[in-house]
Design a binder for this molecule. Structure first.
Ligand SMILES: O=P(O)(O)OC[C@H]1O[C@H](O[C@H]2O[C@H](CO)[C@@H](O)[C@H](O)[C@H]2O)[C@H](O)[C@@H](O)[C@@H]1O
Length: 524
């Protein structure tokens, strides 16, 4: 099996199918087809060789999904023993030709689009955004003539360098999927050969088309709970969420490939080489277990006591995505440095603020983002907009699954419309941050230097659980030790950590081994 990883050195472009991959519009199409065919079959005089049972989800997947309107009509009716003339584009909606029925289906679809809008799949948009950050080009492919309209309704049209849709196909007379013509045209427009291009598809016809086009990686996304149909059609790998797809960078390994720090202590301790540790610790999911309500998170007595002991003997800093005052109030351990808003604000061991001008210019725009998202998400049950000084978190942990896309796209829309912000993803949360080259990794390095905590006798040790912690894990990858706290929420993603621990309790056990009495000196 090919790894579920896109390597920017190998895959210079990724082509995304639209309906069902980027946007949750496949269900609108399926419903529009059903209205069309059920009505047509009910009204048509039956003959013994024809099957007039209602249109099913299975029919949608096998005969219609991913195909042009006209091919969809012809292929489905053919499966029921019915042959219709193709007709032509001028046929009236509902006329008894493939063009006529296809036109009527389009009317049903556009009505539904106007009524329900185009919801995006957050995992797909997040993958597209990450790819673009890694300078991988992205294109959108669709058999639909409504592609531009749907992308615009979903607010994601600017995420693609190239669009090849039903309109382009008609202009160039390109055959629909399973013929690879649409994909090949997109690769041609990008100027990148199929051998260096990956395709993400949810339809059997689309997977078969990408396979036939000789693309480097054909990634099937199975949102219907039927993965084997995509594997059978030729997908290299099938995932149930695009969150499982990682972007490879050298030095990273999968969570399942790195050793447990306690079990393989000898190998891990060799990275310390007898040096004195500087402990740099994330808060949520690392020092304190994740809870449904961020306000209810606290340190256990055991963790606080351990931190108190450690802070007496080696430098300790907590670097959190929370507001600085919030995280300080929850840590309450003397002598610990604290950073909040993912490192945009900091305080020394006595609580004294450390001047950090980075990000101040974004405060007014964060205010606007906060107002807009608070108003827009107010009706969404469970959505929580949490303003930190230098960040705005939009939590969706308690939002119904069907509403998550709405929450994430609202944040994405605000991010796209307001200048000076960037979006980051965390555990059931998206965050808007000042769009400057500053993150937990930069903050860790800045803090170490500012506090004079660098030198051959010191070793930075960072522990974290989330995507935003990877910047800091990468920062200590060369000269320190990175520990990732495992969570089922992340699947088998890539990490810069050297070792893992299974939860907060295990982390404290490992930190106690890393800073044993022999390696401790009083912190002045
Ligand atoms: O950098 P961290 O200290 O890990 O902070 C990251 C975010 O943590 C919090 O959210 C996360 O924990 C919540 C409580 O367990 C959980 O409900 C949520 O789903 C998690 O994403 C915090 O509320 C955010 O402000 C931080 O940015």
């Amino acid at each position: 099996m090919v790894a579920t990883s896109i390597d920017p050195h190998v895959h210079r472009a990724v082509l995304f199918d639209m309906d069902g991959v980027l946007t949750n519009t496949a269900r609108l199409h399926s419903a529009a087809w059903k209205v069309l065919f059920d009505q047509y079959l009910a009204e048509r005089s039956p003959t013994p060789s024809e099957d007039h049972r209602p249109f099913t989800d299975d029919d949608y997947r096998h005969h219609v999904d991913g195909k042009s309107r006209v091919d969809g009509v012809l292929d489905f009716l053919h499966s029921r023993g019915i042959g219709l003339p193709r007709g032509d584009v001028g046929d009236e909606a509902g006329g008894e030709t493939a063009h006529g029925l296809g036109k009527l289906k389009d009317e049903h679809f556009l009505r539904a689009l106007d009524e329900h809008g185009a919801e995006v799949f957050a995992d797909a948009v997040s993958l597209v955004e990450s790819l673009r950050r890694h300078h991988v080009e992205t294109a959108v492919i669709s058999a639909s003539r409504n592609c531009a309209r749907v992308l615009e309704r979903a607010g994601i049209e600017q995420l693609f360098d190239v669009r090849v849709d039903g309109v382009v196909a008609a202009e160039l007379e390109l055959p629909g999927k399973p013929d690879p013509a649409l994909f090949l045209e997109a690769a041609r427009r990008l100027g990148i050969p199929p051998s260096q291009t990956a395709v993400v598809e949810d339809a059997e016809a689309g997977v078969a088309a990408a396979r036939a086009g000789g693309f480097a990686l054909v990634l099937g996304i199975d949102r219907a709970g039927l993965p084997s149909r995509l594997a059978d059609a030729g997908a290299d790998v099938v995932v149930s969420s695009l969150d499982e797809v990682t972007i490879a960078a050298s030095g990273q390994r999968r969570l399942s490939e790195i050793p447990d720090g306690l079990v393989h202590w000898n190998a891990i301790s060799s990275r310390l080489r007898g040096r004195r540790p500087v402990l740099l610790l994330d808060f949520d999911g690392t020092l304190a277990p994740i809870r449904k309500d961020p306000a209810k998170v606290s340190l256990s007595v055991r963790t606080r006591t351990a931190l108190q002991n450690l802070a007496r003997w080696c430098p300790v800093a907590v670097i959190s995505g929370r507001d600085l005052s919030d995280v300080r109030g929850r840590v309450r351990v003397e002598g610990v440095w604290c950073a909040g808003s993912h490192g945009f604000e900091m305080a020394g061991p006595g609580g004294e603020p450390i001047a950090q001008e980075t990000g101040k210019a974004a405060l007014p725009v964060l205010d606007i983002a906060e107002q807009r998202l608070s108003a827009e998400l107010e009706p969404v049950a469970g959505a929580l907009v949490d303003r930190k000084r230098f960040a705005l978190a939009v939590h969706y942990r308690n939002v119904r699954l069907e509403e998550v896309g709405r929450v994430v796209s609202a944040a994405r829309q605000v991010d796209a419309e307001l200048p000076g912000l960037r979006m980051a993803h965390g555990r059931k949360v998206v965050e808007l941050l000042p769009d400057i080259d500053w993150n937990k990794g930069r903050a860790v390095r800045w803090l170490l230097e500012r506090a004079g905590l660098t030198g051959p006798e010191l070793v930075p040790v960072f522990a974290g659980d989330d995507y935003t912690d990877e910047d800091a894990l990468r920062e200590v990858h060369e000269d320190g030790l990175g520990i990732v706290v495992l969570s089922a929420e992340h699947g088998d993603r890539l990490t810069w950590a050297h070792c893992s621990v299974d939860g907060t309790r295990a982390l404290i056990d490992l930190l106690t081994r890393i800073a044993p009495p022999a390696r401790r000196r009083p912190v002045p």
